[in-house]
Design a protein around this ligand. Structure first.
Ligand code: PBG
Length: 326
């Protein structure tokens, strides 16, 4: 006799379904989308097979399709024309700029689509950094950057953004943005902070998509060292104290330990960003016939949920919603 046979609980699909611990639905997904000027444009991103830069009219169509599949939140990333990139990144708070127009267009077409807007200067900066660069020393200037980030966040809230997502990693930005939003009447705009954002090589394809790579140096004076995890708790403490509504970990899959620690540490919902490089790796293997696309997508996203992720930003959102709907 053998008293314990764990296999009994795996013996058929119904039993397995009864004891399934982790669920994944399209409600848990946020689709990041890239935006460009023009009309009727869907420009493929070579390092992210299946992803595009959309002109606003096409962006609205994509958002409608996502919404009908059950993905009810999109995060917009504008690819700004080179001629508009400056050292002070002032295009980042242009109320008629690409970012604000894209937010307005999606909210007008789909009022109940939740729109998340990115806060950081890199798409608008001629230096390709998330903050203002000191011309002489090359330092990324924290406090001067906060002023610009707050203007950007306000511009996005005014355009109709529901969630403000600071991805810049400047110190004190969550509190600074919260104060400006509140004083301007946007108490209801959420802040999803990129709390533990690591200086990562996995962002390569995203920087291709936006042509936003730093012109000089790297982002290691503001993004975290990937060798650290306790430091993520410190960032979380500060973001919680400054009024963040959700905490994000980025990248995702190589950082499930950080997600797990933050989930244990905080009562706030935890988000994770399954970033461009993670998407590219899967697609490269799939396109070589080495991995099963649908199975790997669902296993990957379920792993995020199992580790403690509430909300997943992922370029697989549309495909995953289709697979889950079958
Ligand atoms: C920059 C930003 C980056 C991503 C989102 N916002 C890249 C970076 O920090 O250089 C990366 C997302 C991805 O790789 O999918 N503010």
């Amino acid at each position: 006799m053998m008293l314990h046979r764990p296999r009994r609980n795996r013996s058929n699909e119904v039993i397995r379904g009864m004891i399934k611990e982790t669920h994944l639905t399209p409600e848990h997904l946020i689709a990041p989308l890239f935006v460009i000027e023009g009309t009727n444009q869907m420009v493929p991103i070579h390092s992210m097979p299946g992803q595009f830069r959309f002109s606003i009219d096409e962006l609205v169509k994509e958002a409608k399709e996502l919404h009908s599949l059950g993905v009810k939140c999109v995060s917009l990333f504008p690819a700004i024309e080179d001629k508009l990139k400056t050292p002070d990144a002032k295009e980042s708070f242009n109320p008629d700029g690409l970012n604000a127009r894209a937010i307005r267009a999606v909210k007008e077409a789909l009022p109940d689509m939740v729109v998340m807007a990115d806060v950081a200067l890199d798409p608008y900066s001629s230096d390709g950094h998330d903050g203002i660069v000191d011309k002489k020393t090359g330092e990324i200037l924290n406090d001067q950057t906060l002023e610009v980030l707050a203007k950007q966040a306000l511009c996005e809230a005014q355009a109709g953004a529901d969630i403000i997502g600071p991805s810049d990693m400047m110190d004190g930005r969550v509190g600074f943005i919260r104060e400006v939003l509140d004083s301007e009447g946007f108490q209801n705009a959420l802040i999803m902070s990129y709390t533990a954002k690591y200086a990562s090589a996995y962002y390569g394809p995203f920087r291709d998509a936006l042509d936003s790579a730093p012109k000089k140096g790297d982002k290691k004076t503001y993004q975290m060292d990937f060798a650290n995890s306790t430091e993520a708790l410190r960032e979380a403490e500060l973001d919680i104290a400054e009024g963040a509504d959700m905490l994000m970990v980025k990248p995702g899959l190589p950082y499930l330990d950080i997600i797990y620690r933050l989930k244990e540490f905080s009562t706030l919902p935890i988000a994770a960003y399954n970033v461009s490089g993670e998407y590219a790796m899967v697609k490269a293997a799939v396109n070589n016939g080495w991995l099963d696309n649908d199975k790997v997508i669902i296993e990957t996203l379920t792993a995020f949920r199992r580790a403690g992720t509430d909300v997943i930003l992922t370029y697989f959102a549309k495909e995953a919603a289709k697979i889950l709907g079958r």
